[in-house]
Write a protein that binds this ligand. Structure first.
Ligand SMILES: Nc1ncnc2c1ncn2[C@@H]1O[C@H](COP(=O)(O)OP(=O)(O)OP(=O)(O)O)[C@@H](O)[C@H]1O
Length: 257
């Protein structure tokens, strides 16, 4: 099996002295969705930011397709960062309010004109058709191409952020609470979209959330985070096993009521 992303023994302490990540290792294989679940403050976002090389690591190694990101200069990282895309909690802050939807959707592809994802091969030379195809893939009508973000709902905005993330056929997409700002109905729609896209395009995901049912729905393997470490990890089907860590059982009980 090929690891698209592998991290070993990641540690991160903030200048405040708070040890947010305390020796975490994780790997994601091609076409796989790996989930991380944990309560607020457990270090999930810090880990996401470390994996994206947006935070300086205190210690640890990160490999993207066997390339050691932790040994690269900022300039070298910039050259391959597009292979890791990210979708965060608030779509409104991920989209420039002054840019039309077509421009936000095409932002990454515009920056890398020599990259052509297999699913855009026939339209890559035609910017508008490319954007239309991407919008279609995330369930947004093409009449929104020349609209601005404020004309779209929260769910629609997150679909645009997802369209931009898949536009470059990245090696991995890191989702950090991508549905947390949406109403329950829209959350379900977005999760279904993410699952369909992952299966159709054979994408690799790291899906991070406090929402255990959402992580369970999408992920093949699940890691449970508490106070900066993984206290449990298992295959999806083993979530309800009696061998689970007491903290995992507590999270399961919370959701089962
Ligand atoms: N820039 C920072 N400086 C100092 N401490 C920070 C910083 N960012 C996060 N922390 C602290 O690190 C810990 C982990 O935060 P983090 O945001 O990674 O957790 P989280 O699991 O994503 O929680 P949430 O879902 O609430 O964002 C928290 O105690 C938080 O207060």
């Amino acid at each position: 099996m090929t690891n698209v992303l592998m991290a070993r023994n990641i540690r991160k302490t903030y200048v405040s002295g708070h040890q947010a990540i305390n020796g975490v290792s994780i790997s994601i294989q091609k076409g796989e969705c790996v989930g991380i679940v944990g309560e607020s403050g457990s270090g999930k976002s810090t880990l996401a930011r470390c994996l994206l090389m947006l935070e300086k690591l205190d210690e640890g190694e990160i490999f993207l397709h066997d390339q050691p990101l932790h040994l690269m200069t900022k300039r070298e990282i910039r050259k391959i960062r597009h292979r890791m895309q990210a979708v965060f909690q608030h779509p409104a802050s991920a989209l420039n309010p002054k840019r039309k939807i077509i421009d936000s959707t095409m932002e990454v592809l515009d920056t890398y004109p020599n990259i052509t994802p297999v699913y855009l091969q026939d339209v890559r030379d035609h910017r508008e058709l490319c954007a239309k195809r991407l919008l279609e893939m995330v369930g947004i009508e093409s009449r929104y191409l020349y609209c601005y973000p404020h004309e779209l709902s929260g769910g629609q905005k997150q679909r645009i952020v997802i369209a931009r993330a898949i536009s470059i056929q990245p090696s991995v997409i890191i989702f950090d609470e991508p549905t947390a700002s949406l109403d329950v109905y829209t959350q379900g729609q977005i999760l279904t979209l993410l699952k369909e896209l992952q299966e159709q395009l054979e994408l690799s995901y790291l899906f991070i959330s406090h929402d255990l049912p959402a992580v369970y729905f999408l992920s093949e393997r699940i890691f449970v985070m508490k106070e900066g470490i993984f206290v449990d990890s298992f295959k999806k089907d083993d979530l309800f096993s009696q061998h689970r860590h007491p903290y995992t059982k507590k999270l399961v009980n919370l959701f089962e009521g």
